[in-house]
Design a protein around this ligand. Structure first.
Ligand code: SF4
Length: 298
């Protein structure tokens, strides 16, 4: 529960607030854009204005439930009046919320797919809670858990046990998920289920992997994200734990692979639906090639 006695003073007057325990993971800002922003002075989130419409109030509740430090709150209300997670992002993709502090607040997703296509996918994992497990069960459970890298494992093992899911991770990050059932090796892409391609991209961590799904959706973990201010793809130079040169080469390999995408779902950083770009996949590819060029100069 958010602590009213630690309310950030920059927040707009009203019942919604963020407390000082915020760790600047960005997650609340992704689910409540225009309501919650980063205070440049200390990096703590704050409400730039109070929500007013029903849609904005849902966004504020998502910020409450996505926050790994429970820093977002309302002065009197403790629970949302209706479920705000899993949040349907269309194309069968749902943001799960309940981000884990163990993964520094990384986002995780459920993708609902027919069993003949391998069944439902969890991409990275939230913290364990029945508030996720119950609706996920109603949506058909989990057949595969796809771990993008060692940092975003969170409570994958608990979800795998609950749903009997297979768990995929790259060998080079395997120590973070000793419970994994399926281990990826090397750098060659492999189809782990029909239409689900694991593309190893060592760089952010040694065992980072992109998951390219159904010919157009890309789950990037922490290897790739969107910069909404500059309207371009980015990689995190200051949060590259293994090798920037390797990450540059990995994304160059992916750009040259012929795999195209028009929706990007990130662990950290901003996701992006490129449907307003035209043609979307071509434009996203152009952005990726430009990113690789910039990375070579950094
Ligand atoms: S999700 Fe919580 S910890 Fe992360 S930036 Fe928002 S308020 Fe801070």
């Amino acid at each position: 529960m958010a602590r009213l006695d630690a309310r950030h003073p920059a927040g707009a007057p009203g019942p919604w607030f963020v407390d000082h325990r915020c760790i600047d993971c960005d997650a609340a800002r992704h689910v409540a854009p225009g309501l919650i922003e980063r205070n440049p002075g200390d990096g703590i989130s704050y409400f730039v204005r109070q929500p007013t419409t029903p849609e904005e109030i849902d966004m504020a509740w998502r910020a409450v439930l996505v926050c790994p430090t429970r820093s977002v709150g309302h002065v009197t209300e403790r629970r949302p009046p209706h479920a705000v997670f899993p949040h349907d992002l269309s194309d069968g993709v749902h943001r799960l919320g309940h981000n884990s502090r163990d993964s520094f607040g990384a986002h995780s997703y459920l993708m609902v797919r027919p069993i003949e296509r391998g069944g439902n996918l969890m991409i990275d994992a939230p913290r364990w809670t029945r508030e996720v497990a119950a609706p996920v069960r109603d949506m058909g459970g989990i057949d595969h858990i796809l771990l993008s890298h060692r940092d975003d494992v969170a409570d994958a093992e608990r979800y795998a046990d609950e749903f009997g899911a297979r768990v995929w991770i790259h060998h080079d990050d395997r120590s973070a998920a000793p419970h994994a059932t399926d281990i990826l090796h090397g750098r060659d892409p492999i189809e782990v289920a029909p239409g689900v391609i694991a593309f190893p991209v060592p760089g952010h961590t040694r065992g980072s992997v992109l998951f390219h799904i159904d010919g157009r959706l890309l789950f990037s973990g922490d290897s790739l994200a969107w910069d909404p201010k500059r309207e371009r793809l980015i990689a995190f130079r200051r949060a590259c734990w293994y090798s920037w040169e390797e990450q540059t080469a990995s994304l160059d390999r992916f750009a040259a692979s012929g795999l195209r995408f028009d929706r990007l779902f990130c662990g950290h950083g901003w996701s992006r639906d490129a449907s307003d770009l035209s043609p979307a996949a071509t434009d996203f590819h152009r952005h990726l090639v430009a990113l690789v060029e910039r990375m070579r100069d950094q």
